[in-house]
Design a protein around this ligand. Structure first.
Ligand SMILES: C[S@@+](CC[C@H](N)C(=O)[O-])C[C@H]1O[C@@H](n2cnc3c(N)ncnc32)[C@H](O)[C@@H]1O
Length: 213
């Protein structure tokens, strides 16, 4: 697909670009994804879960390091990703997990069926107009007392979304400022347990741990 004009992307077309982009760069992204500088945030999430937790990783990518860690901790883990290239890697890396090829915005897990839902570096690729619906879905899928960990951006992108060349693929990003993400998460009924800005290399992400009460 040739890149559309950056000024007229619809949210669904936006998703197609992300999916095709990750299909193209899956191997390169995965080879570079050895960092685990957000380990503290993941550990804090894990600490809140019961021993027999059922956990979902949204935009699980190649499954390493996050989904693999969840499995190693003894949890039942599911991963969803709409990039076939990324999910193929996850199947090799974490065969113990239940892996689903699909767009999280179209997915429908059973209400109140999951103990934990996490998403690392994926929400920033979902059009910001969809973020309230995404947080509402996550809230619905979690059991009472369930925990959500998401990384999103600290700053607002200039327009509704921004595009760039990412590992040689056309890529799209979309994120509101931190205060808006926090408000959306509170609005659907979560209690925020922490919000942390974590800098890795030249990027700063906002990590949010929240509980369904
Ligand atoms: C930057 S990668 C992060 C992968 C992994 N979470 C990690 O930490 O390495 C973002 C991933 O989110 C996936 N993704 C983005 N939007 C998605 C959506 N709407 N539904 C499912 N997967 C999505 C992409 O295909 C990609 O694999």
């Amino acid at each position: 697909m040739s890149p559309k004009e950056d000024t007229d992307l619809q949210p669904d077309e936006h998703g197609d670009i992300v999916k095709e982009g990750y299909d193209k760069i899956a191997e390169k992204y995965y080879q570079d994804r050895d960092l685990f500088k957000n380990k503290k945030e993941i550990d804090d999430f894990i600490e809140q879960l019961p021993d027999d937790a059922l956990v979902l990783d949204i935009g699980c990518g190649g499954g390493v390091p996050v989904l693999k860690l969840l499995v190693e901790k003894g949890f039942s883990a599911k991963g969803i990703d709409f990039s076939k290239g990324m999910l193929e890697l996850a199947k090799k890396n974490v065969p113990e997990a239940e892996l689903i090829l699909g767009d999280v915005m179209k997915a429908d897990f059973e209400s109140e069926s999951l103990d934990g839902i996490m998403s690392t570096y994926a929400v920033i690729h979902i059009h910001r107009s969809h973020h309230p619906a995404l947080y509402l879905k996550i809230h619905n899928w979690l059991k009472q007392g369930g925990i959500m960990l998401v990384s999103t951006a600290k700053d607002e992108c200039d327009e509704d979304y921004s595009t760039n060349d990412y590992y040689g693929a056309h890529m799209v990003w979309s994120h509101p400022p931190a205060r808006e993400s926090l408000q959306m998460i509170r609005n659907v009924g979560f209690e925020i347990l922490f919000e942390r800005q974590v800098t890795t290399g030249d990027e700063t992400h906002l990590w949010i741990l929240a509980k369904k009460n």
